[in-house]
Design a protein around this ligand. Structure first.
Ligand SMILES: NC(=O)C1=CN([C@@H]2O[C@H](COP(=O)(O)OP(=O)(O)OC[C@H]3O[C@@H](n4cnc5c(N)ncnc54)[C@H](O)[C@@H]3O)[C@@H](O)[C@H]2O)C=CC1
Ligand SMILES: Nc1nc(=O)c2c([nH]1)NC[C@@H]1CN(c3ccc(C(=O)N[C@@H](CCC(=O)O)C(=O)O)cc3)CN21
Length: 306
């Protein structure tokens, strides 16, 4: 059972859970997994050096044709030259894609034209193709290979080309809150979409987290007995604690957040079931029937478009 929450916290939790983006990996069976998501959902498609650009672009086209708001992850170090980039952008543009997520890439180095995320952002800007939204990654707990000063400098340099940032997989809502406050201190207002794990089997989540180097976050998990217990049992992990923590900080006015990005690792059914349960639950609890009738025109949730 959920704990009782202050009304403001419930409202923000509902706002956060109402329209998330879902990240999927373009592997075998991915399309079937996507069909479990709400029709028209925003679905982001990861890039991996092992699989290559084509898998990401082709799957993005498939999703767009089926009416999803598809968002490809474009990794700078995967592109060999401008021609390859232009071809990819043309295909995405023709598919009706209006949102790109631009990363450096997990390949250790580039033998192509774009060494890092910023270089690719500049090339996209110069390409003549226009996209309404462009996201870049950010790291509330730092990056295993890149020091904090470099990360802040990179984010600042990317600011003119980006319309939002998505935070790296993280299990600690306080770390995310501190990061959001720091962006203000560093003097820029890039909207922050918070990356949270979906409802995923703990062993898989641990494997994925280790792969991308979610360091401090895992130390947090290990040092937190109830968290560790949750990750070490076969019962799926649920991001209730993170979402509640974020909603609490929003209710206190400490952070402004632009939404959730759910790392599903293709566990879409469990994640959607969890979302539906939580939203149903919030609707029942937030607004008792008699109040709901009285204030019908002014439901609290309606006052807070993100
Ligand atoms: N495929 C995906 O969906 C995602 C991938 N990532 C990965 O996280 C890493 C960072 O990506 P971005 O934030 O886009 O960074 P980026 O490529 O824009 O690099 C940020 C800054 O760090 C420097 N840098 C990059 N790699 C470095 C290294 N190994 N050692 C020292 N300095 C380095 C760059 O020159 C640049 O100044 C990449 O490996 C990226 O692929 C992060 C989030 C999502
Ligand atoms: N550095 C970094 N690279 C990423 O690709 C990435 C992040 N960070 N942070 C957020 C998510 C997490 N992503 C991940 C994380 C792990 C795998 C991974 O381990 N893939 C394996 C196994 C896939 C499977 O089990 O089906 C693979 O072989 O691709 C893929 C994408 C994509 N995103």
């Amino acid at each position: 059972m959920m704990k009782q929450l202050a009304p403001g916290v419930k409202r923000w939790r509902q706002t956060l859970l109402s329209n998330p983006r879902f990240e999927v990996l373009p592997v075998a069976g991915a399309l079937e997994r996507v069909t479990r998501l709400p029709a028209g959902a925003t679905v982001t498609v990861t890039a991996s050096p092992r699989r290559g650009i084509e898998d990401t672009i082709a799957f993005t086209e498939t999703l767009a044709a089926r009416g999803y708001a598809a968002v490809p992850h474009l990794a700078a170090r995967q592109f060999s030259d401008e021609t390859q980039l232009t071809n990819a952008l043309r295909r995405l543009h023709d598919a009706g894609v209006d949102d790109l997520f631009v990363v450096g890439g997990d390949a250790s180095a580039s033998d192509g034209a774009f060494p890092d995320g910023l270089a690719l952002l500049k090339a996209i800007d110069a390409s003549g193709y226009r996209f309404g939204r462009i996201g870049v990654p950010s790291y509330p707990e730092g990056h295993p290979q890149i020091d904090d000063d470099t990360l802040w400098e990179a984010l600042r340099a990317k600011r003119p080309y980006a319309t939002y940032t998505v935070t790296q997989l993280c299990f600690d809502s306080d770390a995310i809150g501190r990061f959001a406050a720091s962006t203000r201190m560093h003097g820029f207002d890039l909207p922050i979409v918070v990356g949270v794990p979906g409802v995923v089997a703990p062993a898989k989540l641990l494997r994925m987290s280790l792969r991308v180097g979610v360091g401090d976050s895992l130390r947090f998990v290990r040092g937190n007995r109830s968290m560790a217990r949750r990750l070490l049992t076969p019962r799926a992990y649920r991001p209730d604690g993170i979402v509640r923590g974020l909603a609490g900080q929003m209710a206190e006015g400490r952070v402004t957040l632009a939404g959730l990005h759910i790392y599903t690792f293709n566990e879409t059914s469990a994640t959607v079931r969890w979302l539906e349960q939580r939203l149903g639950h919030a609707a029942d609890e937030d607004i008792p029937a008699h109040v709901y009738k009285d204030v019908h025109e002014k439901r609290p949730a309606d006052d807070h478009a993100v």
